[in-house]
Write a protein that binds this ligand. Structure first.
Ligand code: PEP
Ligand code: MG
Length: 550
């Protein structure tokens, strides 16, 4: 039996084949080759690339409209572009080499040519050339972009996964995650909880690439991964699996029930989502709204700034699908751990405290304006609310409001429909926002507490760092007191407050949240029914704030 112990970051048990995530940056070496064979290999790889791009274009069209499909259609044409292919052929014939080398060299030359053009639009095409080149190379070398070359769903193993990698994964192929690094707040963990599948991080070197292809059992609650279990361990897994199935069956009875305590205290139980695809999980788990739509998925999944129309289609899809239920869309929150190449952000010593989230938007008014226009346009199709991340000052919120007002004026002048009463809220995720919560509350319609970042900034503990162990404690009285201060300030000023950080799903804190009189909890879709079941057993008036004591 091979036993690996890490940190369980998304509960559940599963059995499946271990599959190691494949990165797509394989190295190409130059070898001598038969030119005619290589030409045929190129033709096959071009054909495969075009087929893949057609599938991607269809997917993009269905998820985010025609505009998003254009990128893939352009890439598809580029695969057979005459100048590009001539360039590959010249290298091939001059060097009498393998086609991989010729494609790589031609791609470099061609992208450099675009990068050196004066026109900014043409310069940006350099990234497209590299992308197409990478796709052809992957097909030549049998590398699967998006990481999973398996017919069956697998337990996906990796050193760690970047947010830009997780957005591209084919989710239908994943049974569970197991990573060497990462933390409970990493985006792999958040994605796993959204999908309702087990995940373990921090397995370190015990998770070895040589285990690829072996059948493993994963227990995301206790953080255990086992290959070739002994009889007793296998029985423990099977018992747990049976209990999990029974629990899921029981939870189904919670569907359609009210989110209310035994003594009549209502809480809105909403869901956190990362893309329009996740709405299906919100609906199947009976979430009563979307409390946090992390809009950065659009930026992470693109090679260039998503256009206003692309964003509009994505927001409209979610707003319409939720049929009048509240959909809180958070404006772009990149920087720190969520890096997007084309933003060309300066490398920072302390990125979590650097130019991220609302700071980027306020520094780049055009990027902000594009997103706000898309959001207001989508507000005509459902109950959209706009939320700003990482607010620390009153002036920031005032600037955000000014930007909203100016966008509304533009849309009105252009005769484009929008909801002028769209709610505006902020995330409470910095200690500064807690200390000035009274003033901020007077300028917005709601607060949503980002406990992941609030814990990080209150305790001076990096949320990405797995080694901090017990120092990163979201139950710390300082974090809970900060929450209470924000709740009191919200209610004193007549606005509502919820939690959209991971703590919202922590059932052991539900009595504390009830004692604070929170109005909303936004959790991963898979946590809705367990939270509802717990809420419906609770008595709000007997709950207390004991946990706030040291
Ligand atoms: C948070 O910080 O708690 C939050 C919900 O935002 P994110 O995890 O996306 O930073
Ligand atoms: Mg945050």
């Amino acid at each position: 039996m091979i036993l690996m112990q890490g940190k369980g970051v998304s509960a559940g048990v599963e059995k499946g084949t271990l599959y190691f995530y494949q990165r797509t940056d394989a190295t190409v070496t130059k070898t001598a080759a038969d030119i005619e064979t290589e030409k045929q290999r190129l033709a096959d790889a071009q054909k495969k690339s075009i087929e893949q791009l057609e599938v991607l274009a269809e997917k993009a069209r269905a998820e985010a409209g025609d505009e998003s499909a254009i990128l893939f259609e352009t890439h598809s044409m580029f695969v057979e572009d005459e100048d590009y292919v001539d360039n590959i052929m010249s290298v091939l014939e001059a060097e009498q080499c393998n086609i991989e080398y010729a494609v790589q060299e031609a791609g470099k030359q061609f992208s450099a040519m675009f990068a050196n053009m004066d026109d900014a639009y043409m310069q940006a095409r350099a990234a497209d050339v590299l992308d197409v080149t990478r796709r052809i190379l992957n097909n030549l070398m049998g590398i699967v972009a998006g990481g999973i070359d398996s017919e069956e769903p697998v337990i996906l193993a990796a050193d760690d996964l970047a947010p830009s990698e997780t957005v591209q994964l084919d989710k239908s192929k994943i049974l569970a995650f197991a990573t060497q690094g990462g933390s409970g707040n990493s985006h792999t963990a958040i994605l796993a909880r959204t999908m309702g599948i087990p995940a373990i991080c921090g397995l370190g070197d015990s998770l070895k690439a040589e285990y690829a292809g072996r059948v493993a059992y994963i227990d995301g609650e206790v953080g255990r991964l086992v290959i070739e279990p002994d009889e007793l361990t296998e029985k423990t897994f099977q018992d747990k699996y049976a209990k999990q199935a029974e629990m899921r069956r029981l939870l189904q009875t919670m569907k359609g029930q009210e989110d209310v305590t035994l003594d009549g205290k209502h809480i809105n139980v909403y869901c956190n989502i990362g893309s329009p695809d996740d709405v299906a999980a919100v609906k199947s788990n009976d979430g009563q709204g979307v409390g946090l739509f992390r809009s950065e998925f659009l930026y992470l999944a693109s090679n260039d700034y998503p256009t206003e129309d692309e964003q509009f289609e994505a927001y409209k899809t979610v707003a319409s699908a939720m049929e009048g239920k509240r959909v809180i869309i958070r404006t772009l929150d990149i920087g720190a751990d969520k890096q997007v190449d084309y933003f060309q952000l300066e490398k920072e010593e302390n990125p979590a405290m650097g130019v991220r989230a609302i700071r980027i938007c306020l520094n780049r008014p055009e990027v902000f304006r594009t997103q706000l226009r898309a959001l207001y346009r989508a507000s005509a199709y459902g109950k959209v609310a706009i939320m700003f991340p990482m607010i620390t000052s009153v002036w920031e919120l005032k600037e955000c409001r000014r930007a909203c007002k100016s966008v509304m004026q533009e849309l009105a002048e252009e005769g484009i429909p929008f909801n002028p009463d769209t709610e505006i809220g902020i995330m409470i995720e910095t200690p500064a926002s807690v200390f000035i919560a009274d003033e901020l509350a007077k300028l917005c319609d709601f607060f949503s507490v980002g406990t992941n970042d609030l814990t990080q900034y209150t305790l001076a503990c990096d949320r990405q760092c797995n080694d901090l162990g017990k120092f990163f404690d979201p139950h710390h009285p300082a974090v809970l007191r900060a929450l209470k201060m924000a709740a009191d300030a919200a209610h004193r000023n007549g606005i509502w407050i919820g939690i959209c950080g991971e703590l919202g799903a922590d059932l052991s804190l539900l009595p504390t949240f009830l004692a604070m009189d929170l109005d909303e909890l936004s959790v991963s879709p898979s946590s809705v029914l367990p939270l509802r079941a717990e809420l419906r057993k609770s008595i709000a008036k007997t709950c207390d704030l004991k946990l706030l004591e040291c």
